[in-house]
Write a protein that binds this ligand. Structure first.
Ligand SMILES: *Cc1c(COP(=O)(O)O)cnc(C)c1O
Length: 345
């Protein structure tokens, strides 16, 4: 069994990885939420419990970026993201553990923010972790943000450092997505051990690394479980080709045959509005339902939206199998969005 699993994931085990997540994350039942919304068997995969500095899906992704960085003898890591990025926060945390410096560039991606957004939540943690913070005025210019990181890296090199850039724009091997190829295997093993037949997994779809990695991992391992991505960054029309490209990149990286078909890519963008980093009343309602039925802590940018999509999908689910919500973390965002949350309390 294990041998065939290893083989079907191609080169996965040859790719550099730093193991910072030392155990598997819990899979928990959500009986109260199921009863509350009148749905069947619901579960949550707790990737918000990923060991380090408030956890989240970026821990699995960073294991592969830092694997490559360490193989390159890097001493300084560079990353760009939104002001309340969970990715930059966890990069700073990994850098601390591995004895590297971290330069992060925070992009102005969300309009009409307030003092909590600019100084609390992830930013507060970034600063506690000692990250060196740069800013970038544009939030929708992935290539420009990467280019600016390149300029910072060149300055570091001129000062004798060995920098490593975690890129934002597509066009680089999606190393981070491999973390969710690993997670696909972990989840299939967990479903089997717990004797749970799963029909569908619901996940936030942002850069698409998590969504594409999970989908490729499941299909490569012979599983037909449906993966529903809830759009948190761009609409389904833009996200669909992006996802397909990511899947092809992952198959290439692993050197496996094409395992994801176009119809495997399922997206729902009905909770994206009013845009990235902003939450509708429906999303806020999903956050409160999760808090008050299962004591799950969700944020307005990512997991609140994916939970709204999960509740909608669970209510109309026809099959007899279980549905699984992938909790991708983002917990510090709660404090950055204090005033938005207060509006619904
Ligand atoms: C980054 C992030 C996502 C989106 O993951 P992608 O791999 O970029 O699609 C979802 N949830 C949280 C909490 C995140 O930080």
């Amino acid at each position: 069994m294990n041998i065939s699993i290893t083989n079907s994931l191609g080169r996965l085990h040859e790719i550099n990885r730093v193991r910072l997540l030392n155990s598997i994350t819990p899979l928990e039942a959500m009986p109260n939420l199921a009863q509350h919304i009148g749905a069947g068997n619901l579960y949550v995969k707790r990737d918000d419990y990923c060991g380090l500095a408030f956890g989240g899906n970026k821990v699995r992704q960073l294991e592969f970026y830092f694997g490559e960085a360490q193989a390159d003898n890097t001493d300084t890591i560079l990353i760009t993201g939104a002001v309340q990025s969970n990715f930059t926060r966890l990069t700073a945390a990994f850098a601390v553990r591995l004895g590297m410096a971290c330069h992060m560039q925070l992009e102005h991606r969300v309009a009409n923010t307030n003092n909590d957004y600019e100084t609390s939540g992830n930013v507060l943690i970034d600063r506690m972790l000692g990250a060196i913070i740069h800013t970038y005025p544009e939030g929708e210019d992935e290539k420009g943000a990467d280019r600016q990181l390149g300029i910072i890296a060149d300055e570091l090199k001129a000062n004798g450092k060995t920098p490593y850039i975690i890129p934002l724009a597509p066009g680089h091997p999606p190393l981070g997505a491999l973390g969710y190829v690993v997670a696909a295997k972990e989840m299939l093993t967990q479903f089997e051990q717990d004797n749970i037949r799963v029909d569908e997994i619901v996940v936030a779809s942002g850069s698409g690394a998590t969504h594409a990695g999970l989908l490729c991992g499941l299909r490569a391992l012979g599983s037909n479980i449906k993966v529903r991505g809830i759009c948190v960054r761009r609409d389904a029309k833009l996200q669909h080709p992006r996802l397909l490209d990511r899947c092809r990149d992952i198959e290439k990286l692993l050197e496996i045959k094409t395992v994801v078909e176009e119809q495997d890519i399922v997206l729902d963008d009905s909770f994206l509005a009013p845009g990235y980093g902003m939450a509708s009343d429906e999303v806020m309602d999903a956050i409160l339902q999760a808090a008050r039925s299962e004591a799950l802590m969700l944020d307005p940018t990512y997991t609140g939206k994916s939970m709204a999509g999960f509740i909608k999908a669970a209510k109309s689910h026809k099959g007899s199998g279980a549905m699984v919500f992938l909790h991708t973390g983002g917990t510090p965002g709660i404090f950055a969005y204090r005033s938005r949350i207060m509006e619904v309390l």
